[in-house]
Design a protein around this ligand. Structure first.
Ligand code: FES
Ligand SMILES: [Fe+2]
Length: 356
C-alpha cells in the first residue's frame, strides 16, 4: 500500500500506476484528500437570499449549503432518521425537509419536526441536528470542507486573493457552465493540467499563442501558479492579443482538484470530480466582470468557448489513452523533466503527504 516519493525532482519517480487504476486508492483519497481539503461547491450568487440553498457532492459525500438569514452554513445532506436526503438540487425554503419520511430541519441544522415519533423512548428532538461541514467563500465562489478541524480556506489560498485582487474576482459574475465526463482517473487530468511540456505535441494551436520558453510553474504550499505569457506580435491568425502591461493570464491550481484561470475581466473555474477510479467529471465555469446578456449569441464569447473546447478535446484525447496505458503490465512509474514538470512533482508530493 505505501509508496516511496522523493521530494527532489531530480531523483524522483512519478506516482505508481496502481494509484490511477486500483479503486482501493480512490477510497483512500476520498477519506484522506477529499475528506480534508476545501472543495468548490457552488456560487455565492445562488445563496444571496435567506433560505436559499444548494446541494453538492464532495467525493462520495453529499452536502447542502444554506443561507440561514445571517450566515452560510453547510451540512451533510443526510437525514438523522434513516439517511434520506434533506435537500435536492437548489432553491429556497424555510426549512429543509427530508424527502423520505418528512422530518424537517431549521436552517441552522436543528431538528424542527419529526412526525409520529412520540412513542419512541428517549427520543429528544431538541438535541438533534444535522452534521455540519465548514463553509467559506472567496470572490463569487462557495467552498466547503468536510473536516471541521481543517485549517481555514484563507490558509489554503494563502496569497491568491492578494495576487488576483487587481482582476477584481469579487466583481465577477457567472456566465456559463460546461461539463465533461472523461474516461481517466482524476489525477491523470490534473497531472496534464500542471505542465506545459505537452503543449508543442498536443496543442499546436495554443503553442502558437504562448511563449513556450518563458513558460514556468511556481509551486506554493497547497497551490501552484503557471506563468504562460503570450507570444509577442499580432498576426491575423492570432486568437489572443495582450491588451497591455501586466495583462498575462494567471493559471492557479489548488490542491487537490481546482483550476482557476484568471485574467483581465474574466475567470474560469475547472473542478475535477472523481467518478470512479478510471472516470472523472470536469465542471468548467466561466465568469466575467462584464458578462454578456446571452453568451451563446455573443460572437466574442462563442469564439473564446470554441477555442477552449478545442484545447479541452485535445487534452481529453491524450488523458484517455494514458489512463488505458497505465493498466499495462509493462508500465509502473516514470521520471520527471526537472525543467518542465515541477508542478506535477509538487502535486504528487501533496498526494503522497496526504495519503501516507
Ligand atoms: S430518512 Fe429522513 S425522514 Fe426518514
Ligand atoms: Fe493541455
Amino acid at each position: 500500500m505505501p509508496f516511496s516519493f522523493n521530494p527532489d525532482i531530480r531523483y524522483a519517480e512519478t506516482l505508481p500506476a496502481r494509484l490511477y487504476t486500483d479503486s482501493v486508492y480512490l477510497s483512500l483519497e476520498e477519506a484522506k484528500i477529499f475528506g480534508r481539503c476545501w472543495q468548490l461547491v457552488g456560487r455565492v450568487a445562488d445563496l444571496a437570499e435567506p433560505g436559499s440553498y444548494l446541494t453538492a457532492d464532495i467525493g462520495d459525500e453529499a452536502i447542502v449549503v444554506v443561507h440561514d438569514g445571517e450566515v452560510l452554513r453547510g451540512f451533510h445532506n443526510i437525514c438523522l432518521h434513516r439517511a434520506g436526503p434533506v435537500a435536492t438540487g437548489c432553491g429556497k425554503r424555510q426549512t429543509l425537509q427530508c424527502r423520505y419520511h418528512g422530518w424537517s430541519y431549521r436552517l441552522d441544522g436543528t431538528l424542527h419536526r419529526a412526525p409520529e415519533m412520540e412513542g419512541t423512548d428517549g427520543f429528544d428532538p431538541d438535541a438533534m441536528r444535522l452534521m455540519p461541514v465548514q463553509v467559506a467563500t472567496w470572490g463569487p465562489l462557495v467552498f466547503a470542507n468536510l473536516d471541521l478541524k481543517a485549517p481555514s480556506l484563507a490558509h489554503f489560498l494563502e496569497g491568491i486573493p492578494e495576487r488576483t485582487a487587481r482582476f477584481q474576482p469579487e466583481a465577477m459574475r457567472f456566465v456559463l457552465q460546461k461539463r465533461w465526463t472523461i474516461a481517466c482517473n482524476w489525477k491523470v487530468y490534473v497531472d496534464n493540467y500542471l505542465e506545459g511540456y505537452h503543449l508543442p505535441a498536443v496543442h499546436p494551436g495554443l503553442y502558437k499563442e504562448l511563449d513556450y520558453d518563458a513558460y514556468r510553474v511556481e509551486p506554493h504550499r497547497y497551490w501552484s501558479l503557471q506563468h504562460a505569457p503570450l507570444r509577442a506580435g499580432h498576426g491575423p491568425e492570432r486568437k489572443y492579443v495582450a491588451q497591455g502591461e501586466g495583462d498575462d493570464a494567471q493559471y492557479y491550481w489548488l490542491f487537490p482538484n481546482l483550476m482557476l484561470n484568471i485574467y483581465q475581466g474574466q475567470m474560469q473555474t475547472n473542478v475535477v470530480i472523481p467518478r470512479g477510479v478510471d472516470r472523472c467529471e470536469v465542471v468548467f465555469e466561466w465568469y466575467a466582470v462584464d458578462p454578456p446578456a446571452d453568451a451563446s449569441a455573443d460572437p466574442t464569447w462563442t469564439r473564446l468557448v470554441a477555442f477552449s473546447d478545442e484545447i479541452q478535446d485535445e487534452d481529453i484525447g491524450i488523458c484517455e489513452v494514458v489512463q488505458r496505458n497505465l493498466r499495462s503490465r509493462s508500465y509502473d512509474r516514470g521520471r520527471y523533466s526537472a525543467a518542465r514538470e515541477n508542478g506535477v512533482h509538487h502535486f504528487h508530493g501533496l498526494v503522497h503527504e496526504f495519503l501516507t
